[in-house]
Design a binder for this molecule. Structure first.
Ligand code: ADP
Ligand code: MG
Ligand code: MG
Length: 251
């Protein structure tokens, strides 16, 4: 599904190398987790996958279902089935949540040469998804993320994901700032979307999210590289001993 090979990324503005050769293959239907100390480059990896400005790929690359991801515009990436939920979801004053969702869904359909959803169909779809995520109608009418609590923003991103039905979902620290109940809701939302044709890359600082979203593979990232890969037990090891042991073992 997603293949990242020897990815090297530096900041455009500064001579600072952040990713120093990331190799990662996420197979269809699998959930991979990336853990790692602060500043190791986890968010940078998700930004580069999304096509955010300010980064320069100096070597290596990334493909989504065999297509060169880094050559695509951000909208093309979304149409190709990539979805990213960020650590800090953006607020869009003046744009209602429903309007935003419908525009995003129709843009994706158009790029794929599919028909737009009718207003009625869309309303039915969103109401159904919102209900399972315990998002109330009021929140659907408000401007995107404006004045939403941390937990509401995260839930709203899972709603976007549920509506857009991407094939490759990247979640960057979707757990940060969530209380236990909100984390459970978000995890349930993700788990409900798990499917043989859909993959997830879950970036998290803490093991506790992985109690709810059980990963198939866990990677540890440090200083711009994946330094260790294992099963779910690797996350438990980090929880128990921190990163120091793993990093010392690598050195
Ligand atoms: P993580 O998500 O693992 O905590 P980040 O990807 O946010 O790590 O950051 C990796 C490193 O790159 C850090 O040292 C961070 O300070 C640096 N960095 C990222 N973006 C910028 C930027 N725009 N300007 C300066 N430094 C940056
Ligand atoms: Mg960080
Ligand atoms: Mg980060």
């Amino acid at each position: 599904m997603l293949e990242i090979k020897n990815l090297h990324v530096k900041l455009e503005e500064e001579d600072k190398q952040i990713l120093k050769g990331v190799n990662l293959t996420v197979e269809a239907g699998k959930v991979h987790a990336i853990m790692g100390p602060n500043g190791s480059g986890k968010s940078t990896l998700s930004y580069v996958l999304s096509g955010r400005d300010g980064y320069e790929v100096t070597d290596g690359g990334a493909t989504l279902e065999g297509e060169d991801l880094l050559e695509m515009e951000p909208e093309e990436r979304a149409a190709a089935g990539l979805f990213l939920a960020f650590q800090y979801p953006v607020e869009i004053p003046g744009v209602g949540n429903m309007t935003f969702l419908r525009t995003a869904l129709n843009a994706q359909r158009k790029a794929r040469g599919e028909e737009e959803v009718s207003a009625g169909e869309f309303l039915k779809l969103v109401r159904e998804k919102a209900k399972t995520l315990k998002i109330d109608a009021e929140m659907l009418k408000r401007p995107v993320n404006v004045g939403f609590s941390g937990g509401e923003k995260k839930r709203n991103e899972i709603l976007q994901m549920a509506v857009l039905e991407p094939r490759m979902c990247v979640l960057d620290e979707t757990d940060s700032g969530l209380d236990v109940d909100a984390m459970k809701l978000v995890s349930d939302g993700v788990n409900a979307l798990r499917d043989a044709g859909r993959s997830f890359l879950v970036i998290t600082h803490y093991q506790r999210l992985l109690d709810h979203i059980k990963p198939d593979v866990v990677h540890i990232m440090a200083d711009g590289r994946i330094v260790k890969t294992g099963g779910p037990e690797l996350a438990l090891e980090v929880e128990k001993n921190g990163y120091a042991d793993i990093l010392a073992e690598m050195a």
